[in-house]
Design a protein around this ligand. Structure first.
Ligand code: Z15
Length: 841
């Protein structure tokens, strides 16, 4: 405000203020200028990389202006903001999204053609921003898109990893991990070298009475690491609102390196200090749904949380309001337990640094935070060892003990006759060593806890958090079913389908209100419409078939049924059941007569997904898929009837190509294990049907689209516990078809059976924890129903159209509106103009 330009001079500014591209000339002029000046190249050495860079910079210029205006508007309006804290943001590519959200993709397409490039080739130059593992990280990215598109004043806070999720190569059928260094050229981030926060680790706590006789606590000594802010603009769709994603990068406190050490000859240790500091934000932990309790991970969490809270508190303090108003200005959402330390850090800031009383501070803290739980899997629930905590964050451990003490006193008062409950709900697990249970801390320190699909939200209330429902009452626990952004997952990934839908629903309004899709119901039996629908699906399959050919060398028939399972490889997601089903199909085909074979629907089984580098069983599943592929795909007997493909390096940009090409996709987790799943929504929205278990959001998808439009199978969540119990007490009769599959594997049909021993053994000998054998028959039968249904293309297409028509509920816009209303208590901040032009236009 102090540096604002006086009124008389503002005319000159307004004359040259940036705006959206008025026409392609303007786009071309800016792009050529960036090639010639920013990149110092010319038309004689402008390759696709340079064209990508210049196009991005031209769009970036437009984005920055909107971004600055949005931030100014938010600051002046002085209303509540939402802060979304996530260790993962799986953003994918930014250029296509920027072009669509700014609303100038058509202009860029024509302009690039004039300059000698195809827009698809230029878009494909961009390296994915892959700062996440899977569903949780992609959800955060969809939420950012929705919050901006709905004009919510929202900031994301995360870590600027130098290495995102590794790139996957398949070598001789095995996964090989390659580092993902993605920052060579990244036009989408802005370093804020002036926004730097000192972060403290280790050291000691000192308690004393100050001059006024007040008890004071200080945290002294240890080491300091600097957090530097990098900002990424998040454009909304069809609105000038452009929000901010702030990512923190770690740097040594002493700058480059310690010159004192350097000059005294201790060069190595000065470099080591610097490297140790930079290591904090160096790499994303590549585990999905698994926590391994490594010190560096805890350091990442505190580093990110402390920097973010410093930033949030500083912004609040500028408003000069009373601390009691903090929760009216600030809502902080914890994406899983990874940022739970924020609860402790805010309490520390308020009592140690700002001098508030404990109770007053704690009231503010609990009103500020909301916690989203994404899993019930025990191996994914974070626990940190007390000794580790004591060493790294001594003051925080004290505060946690204090929080726990007050909490347990409350529990004792409420349930005086139940001594056992105290040990069960204690934030400190009395194990050897003691552990801090982060989910319990998150519940105690938040005003709302939500699950991510109805079944999952019910399960957390009745299983892992049931004591807490009794303690805090049921209203603290709620459900917000996940959603996806239709901008990226329909309009961007499947432009032709989006256009076809727009032609029947009165324009692209459905991209902002997805329930408008229900207009399509009227066309589920429209012959002409169905023909166009089928043509688009076929074209998407041809595109994927080409990708398969160039990346694997295998020729697949685009007319075959494309059956796709792409997601992180995990035993609970049961890719092993899928590949066993494929082997069963192969054995069946081998035993068929020529006549019988003619009646079979040709199928391409497509797998994709990364295994965590240390998850040996998941890697074995990848190996088996590839081994089966090399046998089946080369068996002349089988031909087009069955192909088995493993697609390398599944990521967001590949998903945008793969998902629109599916006829059927698999979402087949053991019931009760997949919290929601979000790719299930993406596949249906793109006109694919799904085969799945009664798990996560599959259940709500079924409710919306109708039971006749989905292939459900398998045991129910309520029966899982009993089945597991039975297995462990000797009752585990194997499914006979699965036994035949295992016999084939053991006969070395797919290479050395020894390689797959653990996979088979987990089911045959070790309790079959994920109930593969229990569900196998139902799975195989349901796949046969899929075959039959696919033969009737006319009916199949009607099912697809009807399903898409009923998918309106699964927009992440609906989801964000629910969070805003029931958890954040926040209103959107409407911009006065659209795309820099007055609103009336
Ligand atoms: C992750 O991707 C998910 C949960 C987790 O606890 C972790 Cl650590 C990573 C996924 C769930 O597995 C998936 O079912 C859900 O759709 C997604 O989070 C978003 O909520």
């Amino acid at each position: 405000v102090e540096a604002s330009i006086p009124e008389p001079q503002r005319e000159a500014w307004k004359k040259f203020q940036a705006h959206g591209f008025r026409d392609k000339d303007e786009f071309e002029r800016d792009t050529v200028r960036h090639v010639e000046t920013t990149l110092a190249r010319s038309m004689f050495n402008c390759d696709e990389t340079a064209a990508y860079a210049a196009t991005s910079l031209a769009f970036r210029d437009r984005l920055i202006t909107q971004w600055n205006r949005t931030q100014q508007r938010q600051t002046f309006s002085d209303t509540k903001r939402i802060y979304y804290l996530s260790l993962e943001f799986l953003m994918g590519r930014a250029l296509d999204n920027a072009m669509l959200n700014v609303g100038a993709k058509a202009i860029a397409k024509d302009g690039l053609a004039d300059l000698g490039f195809r827009i698809e080739d230029i878009i494909a130059q961009e390296h994915d921003a892959a700062l996440g593992n899977g569903g949780l990280g992609r959800l955060a990215a969809c939420f950012l898109d929705s919050m901006a598109s709905l004009n919510f004043p929202a900031w994301g806070y995360g870590l600027r990893y130098r290495y995102g999720i590794f790139k996957q190569e398949i070598v001789d059928g095995y996964q090989v991990e390659v580092p993902d260094y993605w920052l060579d050229f990244n036009p989408w981030e802005f370093p804020r070298h002036d926004i730097v926060v000192d972060i403290q680790f280790y050291g000691n706590v000192r308690k004393y009475q100050n001059d006024q006789g007040k008890n004071v606590v200080t945290w002294e000594g240890g080491e300091i690491v600097k957090a530097v802010a990098y900002d990424v603009p998040i454009p909304g769709f069809d609105t000038p609102s452009t929000n901010n994603l702030r990512l923190w990068s770690s740097k040594a406190a002493s700058g480059e390196f310690d010159f004192q050490k350097f000059n005294s000859g201790d060069y190595e240790s000065s470099v080591a200090d610097q490297q140790r500091a930079e290591t904090i934000s160096a790499v994303l932990y590549p585990n999905d749904n698994l926590e391994r309790g490594k010190e560096l991970r805890l350091k990442q969490q505190y580093f990110w949380v402390a920097a973010s809270l410093y930033d949030i508190v500083r912004r609040f303090k500028k408003s000069k309001r009373a601390w009691s108003e903090f929760p009216e200005q600030v809502a902080i959402q914890l994406n899983d337990t990874h940022p739970t330390l924020a609860i402790v850090e805010l309490q520390r800031i308020l009592i140690d640094l700002e001098g508030l009383e404990w109770d007053e501070a704690w009231k503010i803290v609990t009103k500020t935070f909301g916690y989203t739980n994404h899993t019930v899997l025990p191996e994914a629930l974070e626990k940190w060892s007390v000794p580790l905590f004591q060493n790294l964050l001594p003051r925080h451990l004290q505060i946690i003990y204090e929080i726990n003490l007050f909490f347990l006193q409350l529990v004792e008062k409420k349930f005086p006759k139940e001594r056992e409950i105290l040990g069960r709900v204690s934030i400190i697990e009395e194990s050897q060593p003691k552990m801090v249970r982060m989910a319990y801390l998150a519940i105690v320190g938040s005003h709302k806890v939500n699950g991510v699909a109805e079944l999952h939200s019910d399960l957390i209330k009745t299983t892992i958090f049931k004591d807490f429902v009794r303690i805090f009452g049921p209203d603290k626990f709620t459900n917000v079913t996940n959603g996806i952004t239709p901008r990226r997952w329909l309009h961007q990934a499947n432009p032709r389908l989006s256009e076809l839908i727009a032609s029947k629903t009165g324009g692209i309004g459905f991209l902002k209100d997805l329930t408008l899709l229900n207009e399509l119901e009227n066309f589920a039996d429209d012959k002409e419409f169905k023909k166009e629908w089928a043509e688009i699906k076929y074209a998407n399959k041809v595109r994927l078939a080409k990708h398969i050919k160039t990346t694997t060398g295998v020729t697949v028939n685009p007319a075959a049924l494309f059956d796709i399972q792409v997601k992180r490889i995990h035993e609970y997601k049961r890719q092993q059941m899928n590949i066993f089903g494929v082997i069963h199909r192969y054995l069946t085909i081998k035993n068929m007569s020529a006549e019988e074979r003619k009646k079979l629907a040709p199928r391409v089984s497509i797998f994709g997904g990364k295994a965590a580098p240390g998850y040996w069983m998941a890697k074995t599943i990848i190996h088996l898929v590839n081994s089966v592929g090399s046998v089946v795909n080369n068996d002349k007997d089988v031909g087009d009837l069955l192909k088995v493909i493993f697609l390398e390096d599944y990521n967001v940009s590949k998903a945008e190509m793969i998902i629109p090409a599916s006829d059927i996709s698999e979402h087949i987790s053991t019931a009760g294990t997949e919290a929601s799943g979000t790719s299930n929504m993406k596949f249906v929205l793109n006109g694919g049907l799904i085969i799945g278990t009664c798990d996560g959001a599959n259940i709500e998808i079924t409710r919306e689209i109708g039971e006749s439009n989905i292939f459900l199978f398998g045991n129910l969540a309520e029966d899982v516990e009993d089945l597991r119990h039975a297995h462990n007490y000797g009752d585990h009769s194997m499914d006979p078809d699965l036994v035949k599959v295992f016999e084939a594997i053991k006969s070395n049909m797919f290479g050395d059976a020894g390689s797959f021993g653990a996979l088979v053994g987990a089911i045959e000998d070790h309790g079959d924890y994920y109930l593969v054998s229990d569900d196998f028959h139902s799975y195989i039968q349901t796949q046969e129903l899929v075959d039959e249904a696919y033969k009737n293309q006319d009916e199949w297409i009607s099912k697809c159209i009807q399903s898409v028509a009923r998918m309106g509920f699964f927009s992440s816009d609906r989801c964000i509106n629910e969070y805003a209303e029931s958890i954040w208590n926040i209103e959107p901040l409407q911009p006065e103009s659209k795309n820099g032009l007055p609103k009336s236009e």
